[in-house]
Structure formats: structure tokens, C-alpha cells
Design a protein around this ligand. Sequence first.
Ligand SMILES: [Zn+2]
Ligand SMILES: [Zn+2]
Length: 334
Amino acid sequence: MRAWIVENQRPMTERPMRFVELPAPVAEGTQVRIRVTACGICRTDAHIAEGDLPLQRRPTIPGHQVVGMVDQVGDKVTRHAVGDRVGTAWIGGACGSCAECLDERENYCEQFQGNGWHLAGGYAQYMTVEESFAHSLAGVGLDDVHVAPLMCPGVTACATLRLARVDRGTRVGLFGYGPTAFYSLRLARSEGAEVLVSTRGEERRKLAIREGAVWAGSTERDVMPDKLDAAIVFPASGRLAELALAAVRPGGVVVSAAIDMPGFAVRDYRSNFWGRDFRSLYNVRREDVQCIIRKARSEDLTMPVRVVEPEQAQEVLQQVAAGKFPDLAAVIRW
Ligand SMILES: [Zn+2]
Ligand SMILES: [Zn+2]
């Protein structure tokens, strides 16, 4: 099979991935093999390629927004059959028996395994996954390239809205407007929340208004009108975290969706921090994956995506890492 591998981590500008021919993996025991049809490209893939996240296998195949068809099953598989349409996300393994796993908090499991990180991912024509980490897409009307980004930005949107306690009547501010914020806006509106967006690009602000935000302003110049019940910060930006803390009312909550954050300061404890909850998303659970799949069965979650050829993956990931990718999301079509 054709696959992108990361063997030696180095900056994206030095092309850390190699496009190679490998034997296809074989499904064993409780694993299924997915013939991958679409895999979203995520900034986290660049963190793995560059070394911000240490390699957990060498080489690894990146990719954790995977959609495809089950084409082989291990001899102990009971949940899926050959021909099933499935997706798999960032969570590819957890022990299932620790206190966190037993308390529906498997995202904190010490033996958490990430697809495309600890486990070979979807930048390949085939991948294997434990059957309980492959999710049925039966009843989802979107085509594969539009389902792929649901598997990371969509899952993350479900998880952050849960942490931010967003429901009917919540006034929620989104800081940054990339793919995860795009889905968050759709989902929050369908819950009956009021959504405000602060982001840099003019085009993104226009898109947010078209998507139903009641206000969209510039992170450089504009301050959100009135206090928020909740704020979600998407980019790894300490400055945005500070702006978000200043924008929520006491009793409100700020959620960081980033996997890393440069230092930020509480400059005025009484007006910017006192009484607020600051929470950060730490991995995702299978329940969060199920959440977005349920939503996709009943709501229109079409996001504009750029479909790319497998050969272009490195070049596109370079642009994503540099913040220069012009579209909302990129998806490899295998
Ligand atoms: Zn991702
Ligand atoms: Zn566990």
C-alpha cells in the first residue's frame, strides 16, 4: 500500500514525512482493517512530524480523521463486518479497566493511544484499529471527504461545547474560527445558544456571520460586547486566552481546545479571573465521537473542504503548520 511515514522528526520545512510503499497491515483478533477512502489533515499531524509530540512508534503513519470501509476482520470481531462504513478518530486505544476508563473519562487514561501517533493512522490506503474504536457511520448522509473532518474538528467541537456547558440561551464566544469553531458554531446554534466570534481574517468573520453568529469582530481591534457565559479558545494563543478570560462573566467558563499554549498571565485577578472556570480539553473520548456522529445523522454538518491528492499531503501539511492554508480544512482522498 502507499503510505506517508514519519521516521525522524524535524521541522515541516525540512519535509519530515516520506511517501513509501509498505505491506498492508493484517487485522488480527479484535481488529478490523479499514480501506481508507478519506483522511483529514490536522495541525496535530504536524506536531507529530515535527517533534512537539514525541514519537510513540517508529516509523508512524500520521492521520486521525479517518473514514473508510471495513475490508477485513480479525477472528474475534463481533461489532463490524466486511463492507461496513466506519470512521475512527484521535482516540485509538485506552486500557478499559483503570479508574478513569471505568468512570467514562477514558481521555485521561494513562494508556491512552492516539491514532497516527501510538498507532498507525490514515495517511495510508489501509489501517487496522481495534473494533471498539471504529465507529459505524450508518445513517450519515455526508460523503466520505465531508465526514473525515468530523472525526477531529467535529469531535473536538462536541467535547469543548460539553466542557463549556453550552445549551439553550448560553451566550458563547468563540476565539478563532477554524474548522473546530465552524462545527462549534453550527452545534451551539442548533442547541439554541447565541454565538459571538472573534477572529483575525475578514473572510472568516463574514463566514461566521453567514453561519449565524450574532457578532463577529477582529481579535486585533474589537472587544466582544457584553459579558459571555462561556468562551472557547481554539488557537494556541496566550493572548486569546487572556482576551477570553476578560470576556466572560464571573460564574462563566473558558475552555482551551489547544493541545499546547504559550504562557499567559492573569493580569487582573479580580476582573479577569475571579469566579471563572478555566478548563482545557485533554484528548477525546469515544462518547465524543459518538456525539458528532449522532449530530451528523440529524443535522447538516457540511463544511467546505479542499480535497487533495495523497501525493500533496506533505505540502498541504506544511501550509497548515505555517498558518498559510487558505481553506477551512484539507482532506486526502485515497
Ligand atoms: Zn486533529
Ligand atoms: Zn484506562
